[in-house]
Design a protein around this ligand. Sequence first.
Ligand code: PLP
Length: 394
Amino acid sequence: MNNYQANEKGYYGDFGGAYIPEMLYPNVEELRTKYLEIMNEPSFKEEFNQLLKDYVGRPSPLYYAKRLSKKHNTKVYLKREDLNHTGAHKVNNTIGQILVAKRLGKNRIIAETGAGQHGVATATVCALMGIQCIVYMGEVDIKRQAPNVARMKMLGAEVRPAKSGSKTLKDATNEAIRDWINNPVDTHYIIGSAIGPHPYPDMVTQFQSIISEEIKWQLKEKEGKELPDYVVACIGGGSNAAGTYYHFLDEQNVGIIAVEAAGKGVHSGESAATSQLGKEGIIHGCKTLLMQTPDGQITEPYSISAGLDYPGVGPLHAHLYKTGRGEFYSVTDDDAMAAGLELSQLEGIIPAIESSHALAIFNDKKFKPDDIVVISLSGRGDKDLDTYIDYFKL
Ligand SMILES: Cc1ncc(COP(=O)(O)O)c(C=O)c1O
């Protein structure tokens, strides 16, 4: 029995569903009734797989990190999503969703973005298809991810600042939802993580599941077996994690490890450690774990990493946490930055600060020497150079 798939109402155990204002109902319902049929069409699969291969550059390598393994006395493989076109895993999902949007007859795309990777990936596929693109981004993120803002503009997208709240991902998402309510007919909203109302978490997870599909056959080639001992990923909303875990969810011998952002410390009042601090609540259309005040107001999150700076977590992950299927850890800004520097100097790979959180797992978890640990290297660090420069005074 498979307990980790969304049911027909979009629930993973107690979490998920579609909690939406009435004015969004037609858009979400249209998507819900059509997404599986579209994704299962042979012509859709063919176009999706072709673009992943020739445009994104998949399969992404599974790289045995020899020096990192030696340092931590275990066998570490890195799944190199950082080598995808546009520099992160986000493009797997935007390729899928733009093909869905085209089949739904939409000619205007909106998106939210935190780190800017999803914004860039959306602007990219819109350029590819010749479709208008508007990306909402918090003002704070516009400053800390400036290279990605320039990329989106170069690709022809309009970047609209979100000026409310903490001026980060949550606020950008609010603006995108507002736009969708006002433009219900011609617009598709490309959500960038495994969050939002059903069917988004399931749809995004399925598009990202290519990551674990590849890990299986790549490990078979390298190790003679398909299953690692652990899969590790950072979690903002949870899309790279969902994709990395997907084909291992029912394999109880594969440990699932999720790494969240503890910011300045879980109890510092400046963090995004949702599983530790969150309670059941509703955010952006789904019931999940959510950082909130005792009277239910969403708490402003904080992380040095724009992509993890979100007060909720996708419903699949809330379920993995509650059922104990996933082990959850929270990593501070300082530990993540140190892990980013370590990977740069041991392996010659500068990771996105989001991915650096996953790489900091070795501080909290001891693996055995013969464990096979696959870490999702969700993105590359180019977009974060200014933050690394400021932090390390380079
Ligand atoms: C490189 C990278 N990794 C991870 C994330 C977090 O998103 P998710 O949890 O959906 O994978 C982001 C978000 O922008 C990102 O850019």
